[in-house]
Design a binder for this molecule. Structure first.
Ligand SMILES: [Zn+2]
Length: 226
C-alpha cells in the first residue's frame, strides 16, 4: 500500500520538476512522432475535448455549469486551430520572394514583432517580442511574412532557445542567405505565475548567421533594436 502511483518514482518526479524549472530543451527540432498527423484536425479536437473534460472533472469542476460546459471544446479548438497550430507543417506560411529591385543591399530590420508562444514544460504562455534582420542575397520577402514565420514557430509548445533557432533557420532557408539575425526577449509565465514567481526577469536569446557574426554588423543591428 506504500507504493501508491504518486510516490512510486520519487526520483523521476524530482527530475521532471528539475527539467521544467530549469527549462532544459533537448533538440533543435520539435520532438514530434512520425504519426503526428495521421489523425485529422477534427478528430484531434474531439479527442482533446474528451480528455480535457476529464481533467476538469478530476479537479471537481461541475461541467453542467453554463460557464464551464463549453470549456473543453473551446480549449480543444484553441489548441489545434490556434496556439499549437504551428505543429502542423500544413499551416506553414507560404513565402513568396520578390526581386530586390532597388538593389537594397543593406540590412533590413523588423523589430518588436509580437510573439505569443507556450512553454513546452508547463503549457503556460511565453509573451515577448522578436527582432529579425537579414541582408538580401538578391531576393526580398514581404514584411508581413517575417511576422508569419515568427508566429508559425511560436504556435508550438516551445523552449525559447529552440524557437529562436527555428525562426533563424527558416529565414536562412527561404531567403537563401546565412546573413540572418534573430533576437527574442520574452517573459515566461511559468517563471512569473508559479515556481520561482519572478515577475521582473525576462529571457533574451539570439542567433546570428553569416555577416551578423561580424562585430560591426551585429552592433548595427543591436543599435536598431535597442
Ligand atoms: Zn515552463
Amino acid at each position: 500500500m506504500l507504493n501508491t502511483p504518486l510516490n512510486t518514482y520519487p526520483q523521476e518526479d524530482i527530475l521532471i520538476d528539475a527539467i521544467g524549472d530549469d527549462h532544459v530543451g533537448t533538440a533543435y527540432d520539435t520532438p514530434l512522432r512520425e504519426d503526428a498527423f495521421k489523425l485529422d484536425d477534427a478528430t484531434k479536437v474531439e479527442m482533446i475535448e474528451k480528455h480535457f473534460k476529464s481533467i476538469m472533472e478530476i479537479m471537481g469542476l461541475d461541467l453542467t455549469d453554463d460557464s464551464l460546459k463549453g470549456t473543453p471544446k473551446r480549449v480543444a479548438k484553441m489548441y489545434i486551430k490556434e496556439i499549437f497550430s504551428g505543429l502542423n507543417p500544413a499551416n506553414k506560411p507560404e513565402v513568396k520572394l520578390f526581386d530586390n529591385k532597388y538593389q537594397y543591399n543593406q540590412m533590413l530590420v523588423e523589430k518588436n514583432i509580437t510573439l505569443f508562444s507556450n512553454c513546452e514544460h508547463h503549457f503556460v504562455p511565453i509573451i515577448g517580442k522578436a527582432h529579425v534582420a537579414y541582408i538580401s542575397s538578391g531576393k526580398v520577402i514581404g514584411l508581413s511574412k517575417l511576422n508569419r514565420i515568427v508566429q508559425y514557430y511560436s504556435q508550438r509548445p516551445q523552449v525559447q532557445e529552440r524557437l529562436n533557432i527555428q525562426i533563424a533557420n527558416e529565414l536562412k532557408k527561404v531567403l537563401n542567405t546565412e546573413d540572418v539575425a534573430v533576437v527574442i526577449e520574452a517573459d515566461h509565465l511559468c517563471v512569473s505565475s508559479r515556481g520561482i514567481r519572478d515577475t521582473g526577469s525576462s529571457t533574451v536569446t539570439s542567433e546570428y548567421g553569416g555577416k551578423f557574426l561580424d562585430y560591426e554588423t551585429r552592433n548595427e543591428f543591436l543599435k536598431y533594436i535597442a
